[in-house]
Design a protein around this ligand. Structure first.
Ligand SMILES: [Zn+2]
Length: 154
């Protein structure tokens, strides 16, 4: 799927192994197949925007721990940029660990609530085996060759 491949490519362009960070989470928003917004988590630095999301969407956890998850960063950025969220936009979430391996990135309970409240329902997320799960129960299989070439050639 094009939007998944685009997200993987972009994620590896942004990925840099880091001592303090076990995993990077990445999130892309697509209008059709056009990438309109791309974000990553920041588990190290708190952010006023993360707190604001907690406040505006009634998510106490994000007020207590105002660190951006890739999804909350994405919603914050989309709202700042467009002032609204179009429910037809598609979201792809993925995670890469320190070794460069794709791992599962099912949105956490709070990000799920957040995505639901802005009516974004077409969510794709990575699985521990490097494949992706779509909005229906169907697993999206990526060719191992695809994953490798996307990872190494940018
Ligand atoms: Zn989350």
């Amino acid at each position: 799927m094009k939007i998944i491949q685009k997200t993987i490519r972009k994620a590896y362009q942004n990925w840099s192994p880091c001592k303090e960070i076990r995993c990077w989470h990445y999130c892309g928003a697509f209008d059709g197949t056009k990438l309109i917004c791309f974000t990553q988590n920041n588990p190290i630095k708190t952010h006023a925007g993360a707190y604001r999301i907690g406040e505006n969407f009634n998510l106490p956890k994000y007020k207590e721990f105002p660190f951006f998850h890739s999804e909350s960063r994405l919603i914050d950025k989309l709202l700042n940029r467009y002032n609204y969220i179009n429910p037809s936009w598609k979201i792809v979430v993925m995670r890469i660990n320190r070794c460069g391996k794709i791992l599962g990135s099912k949105p956490c309970i709070n990000c799920s609530k957040l995505l639901q409240s802005v009516e974004l329902n077409e969510i794709y997320y990575s699985l521990d085996d490097g494949n992706f799960m779509g909005p229906t129960v169907d697993k999206i299989y990526l060719e191992p060759f695809d994953q490798l070439s996307l990872a190494h050639n940018g």
